[in-house]
Write a protein that binds this ligand. Sequence first.
Ligand SMILES: C[S@@+](CC[C@H](N)C(=O)[O-])C[C@H]1O[C@@H](n2cnc3c(N)ncnc32)[C@H](O)[C@@H]1O
Length: 330
Amino acid sequence: MNPLERYAPLVDDEEAFFDACERPLPSVVRVNTIKTTPARAREALDEEGVGYEPAGWHDEILKLDGRSPGTTWPYFHGWLHGQEEVSALPALAVDPEPGEFVWDACAAPGSKTTQLAALMDDTGLLVGNDNNLGRLSALRHNAERLGVTNLAVTNQDARNFSLKPFGSGQFGGYGYDGDDGDSDDDSDDAPDDAAREAFDRALVDAPCSCEGTVRKNPDVLDQWTMDHVHSVAGIQKGILRRAIQATKPGGTVVYSTCTFAPEENEAVLSHALEEEACRMVEFDSPLETVPGVTEWEDEEYHPDVTKAHRVYPHHNDTGGFFCAKLEVEA
Ligand SMILES: C[S@@+](CC[C@H](N)C(=O)[O-])C[C@H]1O[C@@H](n2cnc3c(N)ncnc32)[C@H](O)[C@@H]1O
C-alpha cells in the first residue's frame, strides 16, 4: 500500500493530492542577497538565456524553465541557490535580525542555514549544527560558495547540544561566555548547562520520514515503515526540547519537517507544548496552507497545534511540508 493513502482523510481533494505527488517538482532557486540582488540575478539569467518566472510571493524565489540551477553561471558564482519553494518557509518564520545569535540545529546541507545568514545580513553569529559529518561538508561548501561568513559549524547530536567545546570567550557578546555559573570545577557538569537560554532564535528542520519529498525522490516511500516514523519522532522530540531550552525566554524556535505524518508533526509539537516552557505563535504563510490537526486515528493533540501550517503539494505545486513557530517562555 502507498503510505500516502493514509492522508486521504486529511486532504480536501484526494485526486489532486495524489496527482501532484506523482509530478516532478519545478526547478526553483533562491537569490542569495549576500552576493547580489534579485534584479542583478534576473539580469544574469537573462544574459544566459535561462527562462524563469518569479514565484510571485517572494522577490528572491525564481522558478526556472526546466534547467538545473547548478549549470548556470550565477549559481556557480553563488548568486543563486537551488532550494525548493516550500523550503524557504522556515527561515522566514524564524525571521532573524542582523546581529543575533541563532542556532540551526539540523543544518546540513545548508539551504536554510544560508538563507538565515542572508536574512541576518551575514552579521551576528549563526551556529550550523548537524550530526552527520559527510553532510556537513556539503554545508561548508554551500556556505563558501554563497559567501557566508557569520557561520560556525558544529558536529554534535543536537539532543545534547553543548557550546562548551568552543571554550571560553569565543562567543563574547553572544550569550555564552564559557562559564555556566557554577563556582566548582566544570568537569562533572552536564553538557546541557552550557547551551541553556543562549540563543535569540533556533531552527529545528528535523530529520523526518520525508514523505513530502516524494516528488523529488519517488523511492522515499519504498523505505517507509511505521516503526521509522515513531523512531524519528522520538529524535525530533529530543532536538526540539534542546532547542527550546537553549533559546532565551521570549526567543523564537521554529520546527519544520517535510512529512505529512501527524505522529511526527503534531505529536512532537504537542509533546513540546506539554513538557517545555513554550507556546505556539501564529505566523502568516505566504503559501496556501491548512492548520495542524488536533485528532488523528486514536490520538488527540494540543489544541494550539492548529497554529502550525501543513503544506500539501497540490495547493502550491510544491513538496509537502509542515512548519510551526514557538515562543520560549520564562
Ligand atoms: C531535513 S535535514 C536538514 C536540511 C537542512 N536544514 C537544509 O535546509 O539544508 C535533517 C538533518 O538532520 C540531521 N540529523 C539527524 N539526526 C540529528 C541529530 N540527532 N542531531 C543533529 N542533526 C541530526 C541529518 O543529518 C540531516 O542533515
